[in-house]
Design a binder for this molecule. Structure first.
Ligand code: PEP
Ligand code: MG
Length: 564
């Protein structure tokens, strides 16, 4: 048994077979196919291989006579690989036996083969790992629509007999989204931090996750049996029977505890002192609203709209955005929905096709991110604002501006909102008479000039993830400095408490929507600072409610870190 450790990023125990993803595999879709889709999926795979062969034959035929001989030799190597059963038959076995969709089966096999070449002593053979990947990409390119995306099931892995735990070097937040479609048991990544957006999505999926397990992808092999402890960040590779049994018992206990919390779904979040606390949900994509409704959330406290924009070659137009926002507003049936305007930048990048700047920014976390990005692209910003305002005709909507640091950013955002309203009016479209506008307090400067900002704002939401990052100068996604990312740092607590008290004094609603709001370690501390509104992933609502219902008899220790 090998034990690795990283940073615990999402609680729970995952037990299953490792699926080690490489860069190629991360980008392809992952679905389990239905038995009746098997023949079509095999044919799709065979057709893609055939098309790759034809393409390569054409390339060879069209080769200029004076082309360097090495070029012909390379093409020959690729043709040989395309004839090798390791590439053309083995993926069929994965499709048939494991019910992987074709792209997933191919990328799994390509990676295994490439690794075999990489481990060879001979330098020439080692180099062939590149060829394997290139041939894999050539086949992948010819794959038509995936079975999974055209009605394939989001079949839980455990229905197939074994759970699958994803092990990857890193997973971009946009790529994480595809994992929402198929359930995996857990995630391990070499890189990342607790509040990197990858970890946030893992938590929203309620899957155990360990990040910054630096050597995971080289020390864990495909199909190793692993246990991921999302509480303490340990990963057990090929554990002995006693360890397996111990963790299976622990996982069962956790399932029972979660089930028991279900009884809290319809009781209010009231402290022992009788104070009613609002518990709203954070969502990334419109479908997440179903989880919020299931947990009886008091509203949507943060809709991270950037996930609608990421991983696509064309930005969503006004109608597409309107449909997404409308779905959420209608599902919440009269409960408030806080829609945050686009917060791209830092670890949430748009595809290169739509945003070249993100690729060249010297320090994206301090660059053209969030409101700065939107104000630099007024047409795109107003398209989003019009879509949000149209959704406000269907139910209570609030607009939240991310990464505010300057008063003039609020002024400019408000001016854009007014202009978007006028544009809608000219088109005869409806929107609510009044749509509250708030700011994320997530840059220390915003917390420190709150007195100036508040007259311009209807509400505030404290983004602790970035507030910690920018206060402590710790990149929230950087594994190297993750040990210094400390939510309980006195400077951070000082800014949070200052923000809550200043808003309360001014009579402006304030909530916390960063990950601290959903972490029961901080619930009592935040309550003691006077916080009465929390927003978190739906899966955290009941555990936090349970703490709230037991809290308030006496002040939490160390709650006040500053003089009132
Ligand atoms: C935050 O910064 O705390 C926050 C809620 O926003 P995000 O995690 O999307 O940056
Ligand atoms: Mg933020």
């Amino acid at each position: 048994m090998k034990t690795l450790s990283g940073i615990p990023a999402s609680g729970g125990i995952a037990i299953g077979r490792a699926h080690v993803l490489a860069a190629l595999a991360v980008e392809v879709s992952h679905h389990f196919i239905e038995p009746e889709q098997l023949d079509a999926e095999l044919s799709r795979f065979d057709a893609a291989v055939e098309l790759a062969r034809t393409e390569l034959a054409e390339v060879r035929q069209n080769l200029e006579h004076d082309a360097p001989t090495e070029l012909g030799a390379f093409i020959e190597v690729h043709e040989l690989m395309l004839a090798d059963p390791m590439l053309t038959v083995a993926p069929r076995t994965l499709i048939t036996e494991r019910r992987y969709n074709a792209a997933w089966a191919l990328s799994t096999q390509v990676e295994a083969l490439a690794k075999t070449f990489e481990d060879m002593d001979d330098a020439y053979l080692r180099e062939r790992s590149y060829d394997v990947r290139q041939v894999g990409e050539r086949i992948l390119k010819h794959m038509t629509q995936d079975a999974g995306s055209s009605g394939g099931s989001a079949r839980p892995a455990d229905e197939l007999g074994e759970d699958i735990v994803i092990v990857a070097h890193d997973i971009a937040p946009a790529d994480m989204l595809q994992f929402k479609e198929t359930r995996f048991a857990g995630f391990v990544t070499d890189l990342g931090g607790v509040t990197s957006h990858t970890a946030i999505v893992a938590r929203s999926l309620q899957l155990p996750a360990v990040v910054a397990a630096s050597e995971a992808t080289s020390l864990i092999h495909q199909d190793d049996f692993i246990i991921v402890d999302g509480h303490d960040g340990r990963i057990y590779v090929n554990p002995d029977a006693a360890t397996r049994e111990r963790f299976a018992r622990k996982a069962a206990e956790e399932r029972a505890t979660r089930a028991a919390l279900g009884s809290l779904r319809h009781v209010p979040a009231v402290t022992l002192a009788g104070e009613l606390i609002e518990l709203a949900a954070n969502i990334e994509v419109p479908e997440d609203v179903d989880g919020a409704v299931e947990m009886n959330a008091d509203g949507i406290g943060l809709f991270r709209t950037e996930f609608l924009f990421m991983g696509r070659k064309q930005l969503p137009d006004e109608d597409e955005q309107f449909s997404a926002y409308a779905r959420v507003v209608l599902a919440m049936a009269g409960k408030p929905v806080v829609i945050r305007t686009l917060d791209v930048g830092a670890d949430k990048t748009l595809a290169e096709e739509v945003d070249l700047q993100a690729v060249v920014a010297p320090n994206p976390a301090l660059g053209l991110r969030a409101i700065r990005y939107c104000l630099a692209k007024p047409e795109m910003f107003r398209t989003q604002l019009r879509a949000i305002l149209r959704a406000s005709a269907l139910g209570p909507v609030k607009i939240l501006i991310p990464m505010v640091a300057h008063e003039h950013e609020v002024d400019q955002a408000r001016a854009a909102i007014e202009r978007a309203k006028k544009e809608l009016k000219a088109r005869g479209e409806k929107c609510a008479a009044s749509v509250p506008v708030g700011a994320m307090i997530e840059i220390p400067a915003a917390a420190l000039i709150l007195d100036r900002l508040l007259p311009k704002l209807d509400f505030c939401s404290i983004g602790t993830n970035d507030l910690i990052q920018y206060t402590l100068a710790i990149d929230r996604a950087d594994a190297e400095v993750a040990h210094l990312y400390d939510p309980a740092h006195p400077a951070v607590l000082h800014l949070i408490e200052h923000t809550i008290r200043t808003c309360k004094r001014a009579g402006k609603p304030v909530s916390v929507c960063g990950e601290m709001a959903g972490d029961i370690k901080y619930t009592e501390r935040l309550l003691a600072m006077g916080l009465t509104s929390f927003s978190m992933h739906a899966g955290c609502i009941l555990p936090v409610k349970s703490v709230i219902r037991g809290a308030g008899a006496s002040p939490a220790p160390n709650a006040h870190v500053m003089q009132a």
